[in-house]
Design a protein around this ligand. Sequence first.
Ligand SMILES: *[C@@H]1O[C@H](CO)[C@@H](O)[C@H](O)[C@H]1NC(C)=O
Ligand SMILES: *[C@@H]1O[C@H](CO)[C@@H](O)[C@H](O)[C@H]1NC(C)=O
Ligand SMILES: *[C@@H]1O[C@H](CO)[C@@H](O)[C@H](O)[C@H]1NC(C)=O
Ligand SMILES: *[C@@H]1O[C@H](CO)[C@@H](O)[C@H](O)[C@H]1NC(C)=O
Ligand SMILES: *[C@@H]1O[C@H](CO)[C@@H](O)[C@H](O)[C@H]1NC(C)=O
Length: 315
Amino acid sequence: MNFTALALAAAAVSLPFASAQHKITFSSAQGWIDDEKVWFYNFGPHSTPGTANGSTIALAPIWVPSYRKLKELLADEDLTNGTKAGNNIINAIPCDAGYSDLWKVNFVTVPATYPLNAFKSAADVLAAAANPSGVTINSTAATLMVNCPVVPFGSTAVDTSGSATATVPKYVNGWYKGAPVFYFDFGPVTTINTDPVYHISLANGTITDPGVFEGYSTPFWNLNIVTVPASVAGTDILRSQSEILATKYPINNTALVVNCPFAYASTTATPPSTSPTASTSTDPTATGMHSGADAVKTSVVVTLAMVGAVAFLFL
Ligand SMILES: *[C@@H]1O[C@H](CO)[C@@H](O)[C@H](O)[C@H]1NC(C)=O
Ligand SMILES: *[C@@H]1O[C@H](CO)[C@@H](O)[C@H](O)[C@H]1NC(C)=O
Ligand SMILES: *[C@@H]1O[C@H](CO)[C@@H](O)[C@H](O)[C@H]1NC(C)=O
Ligand SMILES: *[C@@H]1O[C@H](CO)[C@@H](O)[C@H](O)[C@H]1NC(C)=O
Ligand SMILES: *[C@@H]1O[C@H](CO)[C@@H](O)[C@H](O)[C@H]1NC(C)=O
């Protein structure tokens, strides 16, 4: 099975939809890391690699409008002080060129004279900032990157680990080219470098065992396919990168980058997957478009590709 071809084929299927009928329940699945069980969500291979071999992930911009001055913004760790000037704004959704689930935060300072949600597109923001409007954009004040996969309207994330401390992301409303978009906010990521994840598969491409992760520094993984003999398939004995490498089974290092944030990992090496800064994008008072009729009517173009890709990765 050719995973790249599959992913690209899936990516070509891009359909608009205007209701919650395409919502997806993202349930966490069990994999392995360092011989320990780990539960992860799978948002598939929609992000653009930053390097041809998938060793890094590309960044896309997200604009965070606020009525507060930049200095106050930077001093306020959680930014939940009711001074957001509207939902956050993105300029790419899955299958758009350059799309990435990893967003570089651009702070937008908005004068109080602007109503809530005055800006609903990157073009709006950039046009205002280009004029003497008092709107300013600062992309360098903080090197804040956040993992926010765009999902179909009404989607949910469900942890299946049973852990009381599992990560369940916030569902957030944003704007994309004048239309509402919806994403999960998994909070800050500190590197663009990916870590490896391994599919254990038979030579005919059938995935037979839970995925094996290596590293705790990022939710973004470069996909490797390990071809195992039939005697090993389905035995669940490969539970760490070192065990996999020791077998010398053939490994195909694909260029794909998959977004699989952990819901729960037992080890303490897990970095915080949510933190106060995650709420840069979640101030409910600034959410101008809830799940009402308007949101449904004008709902976003998200892709069935997501369904296809998620179905073939790890399932
Ligand atoms: C490795 O995987 C890629 C992506 O699925 C595929 O295009 C390529 O043919 C595979 N290479 C080998 C040697 O199996
Ligand atoms: C991937 O590509 C980058 C730059 O193109 C290079 O620095 C890196 O060594 C490559 N990684 C692997 C595992 O080949
Ligand atoms: C919110 O921020 C404003 C501006 O910095 C400040 O005056 C106010 O006290 C803050 N409110 C709360 C509840 O922190
Ligand atoms: C952005 O903020 C940083 C830190 O406060 C400042 O040094 C820089 O000049 C600002 N850039 C713009 C374009 O305002
Ligand atoms: C691959 O082989 C396994 C074991 O024979 C079989 O169960 C599975 O259906 C095969 N998958 C495909 C895609 O042919």
